[in-house]
Design a protein around this ligand. Structure first.
Ligand code: C2E
Ligand code: CA
Ligand code: CA
Length: 654
C-alpha cells in the first residue's frame, strides 16, 4: 500500500467506522420494521445523512492527497457534498429530540420556520460557497482552509443541541426517565464530538460520536419491545399511560376512541384462552388496517384505546362508526369464526378527558348501556361522570362514616327458624343519597378500596356478634359477601383471621359468600384461599348460583358448604316448565354433591310452597324481610313468621 493511501486510511478511519455503524443501525432498524412513526422516519433519515456525509469525507481523504489533476475536482465536489449533509445533521438531531419529547407536534408553521432559520441560513452559505468561499476555500498551495461560515455552522449546531436540551428540560415530565437519561447522554456525546473537532482539526471524530449516539438512540429510544403487547402486537397499557402523560403535559389536542369487546369473558370461557387471544388479535389486525400501528393500545383484557393527534373530530367519528359497523360481521379466532359484541366510545382530550386518569378511567369503567348500536360520545359519556361521582361518594363515605351494614334474615326449612343472616353494605351519601351496592361495589373494586370496605363489613359483623345479640337470637352464622378481587389480595386470609380474633369471635360464625360467575376466573388461587380459611374454621357459600356460565366441574371442585340459588332461577321456575326443570335439577344436583341449598328472592307464599316441596334447606327474601339496619334486625328476630306458614309448609312437604 502506498504511503498516501495509508495516510488517507488513517485520516478517514473515524469516517469509515461511522459508515459501518450507521449501516448496521439502518439494517437493524429496517429488519425490526421500525418505520411507521415520524420519529422512526427521521431517525432513518439521520442515519442516511450521517452515512452520506461520512462516505463523502472518505472520498475526500483519498482524493485530496492528489493522485493527479482530475482528483481535485472529485475531492472538491465530495467535500462540498459532505458539508451540505453535515450542516443539516444537528438540526435534524434537535428536531428528533422534539419529536421524542412529543412537543414537535404543537409547533406552528411560524414556530417551525423560526426553528429552521439557522439551518436555512447555514445551508444557504454552504450552497453559495463555490462562488463566495465563505465556508471554506483553498489557498494557493491547494490547502483546505476554513472560513467564518464553518464557524457559523458550528454555532448553529450548538444552537440546535442547546434547543434540544432546553426543550428536554421544559418537558422533563413528559418523557420517561429512561428516555430522558438517554437523550441527555447522547446530546452530550454529540456536543463533545463537535467540541473536539473544532479544537483539534485533525481529529475527525464528530461524525463518529454522532453515529455512536445514533446507535444509543436505537437501543434506548427506538426500541419499543417493552411497549408492545406480545399477544396482540398493539402498544400495552404502560405505553398508553406514558403516551397519555406525554400528550397531556405537552398540551396536545387528541381524539380518543375506546373499543370494548363486551363478551371476551364468555368467549374465553366457551372457546378457551387461545381462541379468545386469537379473536383479540384479529381485532387488532383489523384496527391496523384503519390506522397506523402506533395509534393503537391494548388497555386491558377487553379494551383497545385509539389515540389520534389533532382536532379532527369528524374523522374520529367516522372511524368510530366504521369500527362499530365491523362488529356486525364475524371475526376469525384461529379456526373458529364468531360474532363479537363491542361498545365503542369516543371523546376528545382535553375537552372530554382533561387528564390521563380520565382516559384510563374510561378504558376501565364498565359501560352500562346495553344498546351497542351507536358510538357513545359527548353526553352519552355522562355515565363516566356518575361513576366518578360514585367514586367520590365512596371516599367521602370512608371519611364521614356513611357506610352501614344491613342484615337480612335467613330461615331454615321446615322449622322456619331464623338461623342466619346476610350482611349487606349500604352507602348513605349526603350528596348522592342512597347508592345501591350493585353500583358502588364495582366502583370500589375499580377504585382499589374494596379491601377497606370488606374489612369494614367484617369488623361490623364481628362487633355485632361479639355484642352477643346474634347468639341470643339463635343465629348460627352471618353471611359476609366477598369480592373475588378482595380474595386475591396477598395476605387476605391472614387479615380475615386477624379481624375475627381481634373481636374474639369464632370463625365458624362467619360464612363467606362468593359469586359463582366471578369465581370462574382463577380457580387455583381461589381454591388456596378457601382451603386456608376453611382450615381456620370459616365456612363458604357459592352465591348467585345460575347467573354465570361457569365450568360446573371447576366451580364444584371448590369446597363450598352452601349454594345460594339466584333469585332469577326461582322466578323463572314460576313462569314456565323449562324454568321449573332448571330449578328442580339444580336442587337435585346440588343435594347429590352434599351441599346445603339456600334459595334467594323469596317474595310470595306460592314460592315458599314450591321450595318446601323441593325440600331446600334455607330461604331468604323480601317475603320475610328486606335487609334492615342492625337494631331493626334485632327486633325483627322477636317476631316469628306467621304461624299459618308452618301449616302451609307441612302440607307441601314431600
Ligand atoms: P347478593 O349477595 O346476591 O345479595 C342479595 C341481594 O338480593 C341484596 O341486594 C338483597 O337486598 C336482594 N334481595 C334479597 N331478597 C330479595 C327479594 O326477595 N327480592 C328482591 N328483589 N331482592 C332481594 P343488595 O343489598 O342491593 O346487594 C346487591 C349486591 O351487592 C349483593 O348481591 C352483593 O353482590 C353486593 N354486596 C352487598 N353488600 C356487599 C358487601 O359487603 N361486599 C361485597 N363484596 N358485595 C356486597
Ligand atoms: Ca350474597
Ligand atoms: Ca345472591
Amino acid at each position: 500500500m502506498s504511503s498516501s493511501t495509508m495516510s488517507a486510511l488513517h485520516y478517514s478511519a473515524f469516517y469509515i467506522c461511522c459508515v459501518l455503524l450507521c449501516l448496521s443501525c439502518l439494517c437493524y432498524t429496517l429488519i425490526q420494521g421500525r418505520v411507521a412513526r415520524r420519529q422512526n422516519q427521521l431517525y432513518i433519515l439521520l442515519l442516511l445523512n450521517m452515512m452520506s456525509c461520512a462516505a463523502c469525507s472518505v472520498v475526500v481523504a483519498f482524493f485530496e492527497g492528489g493522485f493527479g489533476s482530475g482528483t481535485h475536482l472529485i475531492a472538491d465536489t465530495t467535500r462540498f457534498m459532505s458539508i451540505v449533509f453535515h450542516a443539516s445533521l444537528t438540526p435534524m438531531f434537535g428536531y428528533y429530540v422534539l419529536l421524542v419529547c412529543g412537543n414537535a407536534w404543537q409547533l406552528s408553521y411560524r414556530g417551525l420556520a423560526l426553528y429552521a432559520l439557522p439551518f436555512i441560513f447555514t445551508e444557504l452559505i454552504v450552497l453559495m460557497n463555490p462562488l463566495t468561499g465563505w465556508v471554506y476555500y483553498y489557498d494557493n498551495t491547494f490547502q483546505y482552509c476554513r472560513n467564518w461560515g464553518a464557524y457559523a455552522i458550528y454555532a448553529a449546531a450548538f444552537f440546535y443541541m442547546l434547543a434540544g436540551l432546553l426543550n428536554l428540560f421544559r418537558y422533563w415530565r413528559a418523557v420517561t426517565s429512561a428516555k430522558r437519561n438517554a437523550l441527555v447522554f447522547f446530546i452530550a456525546l454529540v456536543a463533545v464530538g463537535i467540541f473536539v473537532q473544532i479544537a483539534w482539526r485533525d481529529i475527525q471524530i464528530e461524525l463518529f460520536t454522532d453515529a455512536l449516539a445514533a446507535l444509543g438512540l436505537m437501543l434506548s429510544i427506538e426500541d419499543e419491545d417493552d411497549r408492545i403487547d406480545m399477544a396482540t402486537g398493539a402498544y400495552n397499557r404502560r405505553a398508553l399511560s406514558f403516551d397519555l402523560k406525554n400528550f397531556i403535559t405537552t398540551e396536545q389536542v387528541f381524539q380518543v376512541i375506546g373499543v370494548r369487546i363486551t363478551d371476551t369473558a364468555s368467549v374465553h370461557r366457551v372457546m378457551g384462552s387461545s381462541a379468545s387471544d386469537a379473536f383479540l388479535r384479529s381485532v387488532a389486525d383489523y384496527l391496523r388496517t384503519l390506522l397506523p400501528p402506533y395509534c393503537i393500545y391494548y388497555a386491558n383484557p377487553s379494551t383497545y384505546i385509539i389515540l389520534i393527534r389533532g382536532d379532527d373530530e369528524n374523522r374520529a367519528a367516522e372511524l368510530a362508526a366504521e369500527i362499530l359497523d365491523r362488529f356486525g360481521k364475524k371475526w376469525k379466532g384461529g379456526k373458529v369464526e364468531s360474532l363479537l359484541h363491542a361498545a365503542v366510545t369516543r371523546g376528545v382530550s382535553p375537552k372530554d378527558f382533561p387528564t390521563r386518569e380520565d382516559v384510563l378511567f374510561m378504558a376501565d369503567s364498565p359501560i352500562p348501556v346495553k344498546e351497542e348500536k351507536k358510538v357513545l360520545s359527548g353526553r352519552d359519556l355522562s355515565y363516566l361522570l356518575r361513576r366518578l361521582e360514585v367514586e367520590r361518594a365512596l371516599h367521602r363515605g370512608l371519611e364521614e362514616h356513611s357506610f352501614e351494614v344491613y342484615y337480612q334474615p335467613v330461615y331454615e326449612l321446615p322449622s322456619l327458624r331464623m338461623t342466619s343472616a346476610e350482611a349487606l353494605l349500604r352507602l348513605h351519601d349526603r350528596v348522592l343519597g342512597n347508592v345501591p351496592p350493585a353500583e358502588f361495589i364495582p366502583a370500589a373494586e375499580q377504585a382499589g378500596i374494596i379491601e377497606e370496605l370488606g374489612d369494614f363489613v367484617l369488623e361490623e359483623v364481628c362487633a355485632f356478634i361479639a355484642h352477643g345479640e346474634p347468639d341470643k337470637m339463635g343465629l348460627n352464622t352471618i353471611g359476609v359477601n366477598l369480592s373475588v378481587l378482595q380474595c386475591m389480595q396477598p395476605g387476605f386470609a391472614a387479615r380475615m383471621k386477624e379481624i375475627v380474633s381481634r373481636f374474639d369471635v369464632s370463625p365458624s360464625k362467619i360464612n363467606f359468600e362468593i359469586t359463582e360467575s366471578v369465581a370462574a376466573n382463577d380457580y387455583n388461587a381461589l381454591d388456596t384461599v378457601i382451603r386456608d380459611l376453611k382450615e381456620g374454621g370459616f365456612t363458604f357459600a357459592m352465591d348467585d348460583y345460575g347467573t354465570g356460565y361457569s365450568n360446573m366441574q371447576s366451580i364444584f371442585s371448590l369446597d363450598f358448604d352452601l349454594v345460594k340459588i339466584d333469585k332469577g332461577i326461582l322466578w323463572s321456575a314460576e313462569k314456565n316448565s323449562i324454568g321449573r326443570a332448571i330449578l328442580d335439577n339444580s336442587v337435585r344436583m346440588i343435594r347429590e354433591m352434599n351441599r346445603k341449598i339456600l334459595v334467594e328472592g323469596v317474595e310470595t307464599e306460592e314460592q315458599i310452597r314450591l321450595l318446601a316441596r323441593l325440600s331446600v334447606d334455607y330461604l331468604q327474601g323480601f317475603y320475610f324481610s328486606k335487609p334492615v339496619p342492625r337494631d331493626e334486625f334485632v327486633t325483627l328476630a322477636r317476631t316469628k313468621p306467621e304461624s299459618n306458614l308452618s301449616i302451609l309448609i307441612q302440607e307441601a312437604a314431600p
